[in-house]
Design a protein around this ligand. Structure first.
Ligand SMILES: *Cc1c(COP(=O)(O)O)cnc(C)c1O
Length: 290
């Protein structure tokens, strides 16, 4: 575990900005998934639970993080995977770390507490972890990203799926009364819902800005433009980014600077939330570009 995660300065398209390299915390328990699991695992340990039970899609970074973290802490781990039984490199990695997989149809998957109750209701060792690790504990882990900063920034950028990480960042900014503005790039279509998600954990939203137009068609959707951007960015900076989360965030930062919506003289920090194995789910998209 590399903590606090390093801060790197990069130059891209003649703009300079900083990256909080949470992707370097651990290759598998990567980025915000490590932040989110930290206090969840402490809570499980305090309650003497040694069997983690969680949920995710077939390319979920959270599942791989949970599998690797469980192995490291000598815990059993089971995941309910959304959809029909499949095999892919991500799930194979989960299995290597010892995760037991149950595939469930999309309808049953919707009611996670019920699935848990049905299969683990009477299991005293079992511990429920929501999809993506979403929880109050997860937000507390994410506030520590802010606590680790040793300098001030005008803007902090982060990608959002559920908004739990964003909520933790905002909590951290508010707790320290920083002047920093938080810029969130939802990776799903209709990303305005993120505001309500964040509000569940943090009531003061004055420093929050959402950029909802960088979803590229929706969750895990890409376009040739996004794929080309990722290749250009990675080849010019040496910082690998993925098409599901960080690629969309860095695209947004670059676009907002180019269109002068934010000044290139501003001091910008981007959170690299990790999740690079997500690339495995889209490897064909990358083989199409030269
Ligand atoms: C899961 C994930 C996110 C989204 O985090 P939320 O807390 O759900 O908003 C962002 N980036 C990466 C790389 C992820 O794996």
């Amino acid at each position: 575990m590399q903590l606090p995660s390093p801060l790197h300065q990069i130059l891209y398209n003649s703009a300079s900005f900083f990256i909080k390299r949470d992707d370097l915390i651990d290759p598998f328990v990567s980025g915000n998934k490590w932040r989110k699991l930290k206090y969840i695992l402490l809570d499980a340990a305090a309650k003497n639970k040694n069997h983690l039970v969680t949920f995710g899609g077939a390319y979920s970074n959270h599942l791989l993080a949970a599998a690797a973290a469980a192995a490291k802490h000598h815990l059993q781990v089971t995941a309910f995977v959304r959809g029909e039984e499949v095999n892919n490199p991500m799930l194979s990695l989960c299995k290597i770390f010892g995760m037991q997989l149950y595939f469930v149809d999309r309808e049953s998957y919707k009611n996670k507490p019920r699935l848990y109750e049905l299969h683990f209701g009477s299991n005293k060792a079992a511990y429920f972890i929501d999809e993506g690790g979403a929880s109050e504990e997860a937000t507390i882990g994410c506030t520590e990203i802010i606590d680790e900063l040793t300098e001030q920034f005008d803007y902090i950028f982060c990608a959002a799926g559920t908004g739990t990480t964003a909520a933790g960042l905002l909590k951290g900014i508010n707790q320290l009364a920083l002047a920093t503005q938080l810029h969130i790039v939802p990776v799903l279509k209709g990303g305005d819902f993120i505001k309500d998600e964040i509000f569940k954990y943090e009531k003061n939203l004055t420093k929050l800005h959402l950029h909802t137009d960088y979803h590229f068609g929706g969750y895990a959707k890409t376009t040739p433009e996004l794929i080309s951007f990722i290749k250009d960015f990675t080849s010019k900076t040496g910082v690998l980014i993925d098409p599901v989360y960080t690629g969309k965030m860095f695209y947004a930062i670059n676009d907002l600077i180019e269109s002068k919506q934010i000044s290139k003289d501003a001091k910008i920090l981007a959170i690299h939330t990790g999740g690079l194995f997500g690339i495995l789910g889209m490897i064909d998209e990358f083989s199409k570009i030269s």
